[in-house]
Design a protein around this ligand. Structure first.
Ligand code: F6R
Length: 234
C-alpha cells in the first residue's frame, strides 16, 4: 500500500487526476467511481479537462435503497450532476435504488461488475473505516450486498438531507471482494475526521473492524491523503 501525503485536497485530487489520465492513456476502459465529498475536486478536474470519456465505462460503488435517480440525494443524481452530464461516458452503472426485485439487485450488479472489469477503482473512506457502504463487520471478500447503514454513517450523511429521518437506512453496495478485483485502487481521504480510519487502514491488522484494512491484501493501492488525514500515521 502506497501512502502519498499532500498539502491539501486540491494537490491530492490533481495527483489522482494524473493517475486516471495516465491510466486512460495506457488502455484503462472502466473506472469504478465513488460519491461523497472526497472525489468532488477530482470530478471538477475531470470535467474541466480536455479528456474524452466517451469510450469509457463507469461502475459506481453504491446507491441508497428507495431513492430514484431523480432524487437529488441519490448517488445517481450526484454522479450525473458532478460528472456525467458534463463529461459523457459511453456507459454508466449505479445500483438501482428502486429495484423492484431487491433480492436480485446484488446479483444483477455483480454481473455488471463481471462484465466490466474495473481498471481503476476510486474510493473514499468513512470515519469508521467503511469503503463503499461496507460497514465494520462486513465480509472482506463479499460481492454486492444490501446493507443496513450504521448510525455513524447515517449521522455523517445527515448533513445532505433536510432532516436526519430522511436519510435512507439501507443501501446497495459493491462488496469488498469486488472492490479488491479492481486492477488499481485509489483512495482519497481528507481532514482529521479520517485520521483514525487511515491509521487503522495502513497500520492496523486486516480486520472486519476496519473494512478498508482489506486493501492491505491488494498489490496496487495508492492512498492520496492530506496532512490532517495522515496525522495519526506513525
Ligand atoms: C460513497 C461511498 C462512501 C464514501 C465515504 C466517505 O460512494 O462509497 O464509502 O466514500 O462515506 O464519504 P466522504 O467522501 O463524503 O467523506
Amino acid at each position: 500500500m502506497q501512502v502519498r501525503v499532500f498539502n491539501n485536497k486540491d494537490e491530492a485530487s490533481q495527483a489522482a487526476f494524473e493517475i486516471i489520465k495516465d491510466g486512460m492513456a495506457n488502455g484503462a476502459k472502466t473506472l469504478g467511481l465513488a460519491t461523497g465529498s472526497s472525489p468532488v475536486a477530482l470530478y471538477d478536474k475531470m470535467t474541466a479537462s480536455d479528456l474524452d470519456f466517451s469510450n469509457m465505462t463507469s461502475v459506481n460503488l453504491d446507491e441508497y435503497v428507495g431513492l430514484s435517480g431523480d432524487n437529488d440525494q441519490s448517488y445517481r443524481y450526484f454522479m450525473n450532476s458532478h460528472l456525467f452530464n458534463k463529461k459523457p461516458f459511453k456507459e454508466t452503472f449505479v445500483p438501482n435504488g428502486l429495484a423492484t426485485d431487491a433480492d436480485n439487485e446484488p446479483a444483477r450488479y455483480d454481473q455488471v461488475i463481471a462484465n466490466h472489469p474495473i481498471d481503476i477503482q476510486l474510493l473514499g473512506i468513512g470515519r469508521n473505516g467503511h469503503i463503499g457502504f461496507n460497514e465494520p463487520g462486513s465480509p472482506l471478500d463479499g460481492g454486492t450486498q444490501k446493507v443496513h447503514l450504521t448510525q455513524s454513517t447515517i449521522d455523517a450523511n445527515a448533513r445532505f438531507f433536510a432532516d436526519e429521518k430522511d436519510v435512507p437506512t439501507y443501501a446497495y453496495s459493491m462488496g469488498i471482494g469486488s472492490i479488491l478485483k479492481g486492477k488499481k485502487i485509489l483512495l482519497l481521504a481528507f481532514g482529521e475526521d479520517k485520521a483514525d480510519a487511515i491509521k487503522a487502514t495502513v497500520e492496523g491488522p486486516v480486520t472486519t473492524d476496519c473494512p478498508a484494512s482489506a486493501l492491505q491484501n491488494h498489490d496496487d493501492v495508492i492512498l492520496l491523503v492530506d496532512e490532517a488525514a495522515a496525522s495519526k500515521l506513525s
